[in-house]
Design a binder for this molecule. Structure first.
Ligand SMILES: [Cu+2]
Length: 202
C-alpha cells in the first residue's frame, strides 16, 4: 500500500514536470513568433505596420511593400506622394518599419544588394517613427553583426541619407545627448540620424 502511494506520487510529479517543460517550450516559441516574424503576418497587418513608420499626413498617400510567401518584397499597395513604406528593416523582435522617399529607396536597395556605394544623386529622407536598432561595438556604430557587437535600440527618428563626414561637418559620429549624429561615418553609406519623433511634426 505504502509503496503504491509513493509510486503514484512519483508518477504524478513526473507528469507535472513534463507538462511544465512542454508549456515552457510553447511559451518561448509563441513569444518569438508573435513578436518577430513579420514575414508570417498577413498582407494587411504588414501594411498597417509599415505605415506606422511615418506621420499620418505622409502615410496616407504612401506606397507599401510587403513580404510575399517567398520572403521577397512585393507591392502591397500603390502610392501617390513618392514615399514607400516597408514593415521592417532588420526583422528583429522590436518592430522597425520605415517610410522613405525615392532617393532613400534607391539608397536602401543598393545597401540590400551589397552595392559598394549608394547610387542616389540627391539627399533622401526616411522616417522611422517606431524607432529601430543598430549594432554597436566598443561605443562605435558598426554596419553589421560582428563578434563582440551588441544590438542597441533607437528611439523614434528620421534620417538624411547623404554621405556627410563627421569631421567635416563637426557632427558626432555616435549616438549622443544632442540626438543627431552621422551613422556609418567614413563609409559610402554614412547618413545623418536625427532622434526626433516624426509623429510630432506638424
Ligand atoms: Cu541610421
Amino acid at each position: 500500500m505504502r509503496k503504491s502511494i509513493i509510486r503514484t506520487a512519483f508518477v504524478v510529479l513526473f507528469c507535472l514536470g513534463l507538462m511544465n517543460l512542454v508549456m515552457a517550450g510553447e511559451n518561448v516559441q509563441g513569444k518569438g513568433k508573435a513578436a518577430k516574424d513579420v514575414h508570417s503576418m498577413s498582407q494587411d497587418e504588414q501594411i498597417k505596420l509599415a505605415l506606422s513608420a511615418a506621420p499620418p499626413h505622409i502615410a496616407k498617400d504612401a506606397a507599401v511593400l510587403v513580404f510575399g510567401a517567398d520572403g521577397k518584397l512585393k507591392e502591397g499597395r500603390p502610392g501617390t506622394n513618392g514615399f514607400t513604406c516597408i514593415p521592417t528593416v532588420m526583422n528583429l523582435p522590436d518592430p522597425d518599419p520605415m517610410c522613405m522617399d525615392a532617393a532613400v529607396k534607391q539608397w536602401w536597395g543598393d545597401l540590400m544588394n551589397n552595392a559598394p556605394k549608394p547610387s542616389n544623386t540627391v539627399p533622401g529622407i526616411a522616417y522611422m517613427a517606431r524607432g529601430g536598432s543598430h549594432w554597436e561595438k566598443d561605443g562605435r556604430v558598426v554596419m553589421k553583426e560582428e563578434p563582440g557587437a551588441r544590438i542597441v535600440k533607437e528611439p523614434p527618428h528620421w534620417m538624411i541619407m547623404w554621405p556627410f563626414d563627421a569631421k567635416a561637418t563637426m557632427l558626432p559620429a555616435a549616438p549622443n545627448p544632442s540626438g543627431a549624429y552621422v551613422m556609418f561615418d567614413g563609409t559610402p553609406y554614412a547618413h545623418v540620424m536625427v532622434y526626433q519623433d516624426p509623429r510630432k511634426m506638424k
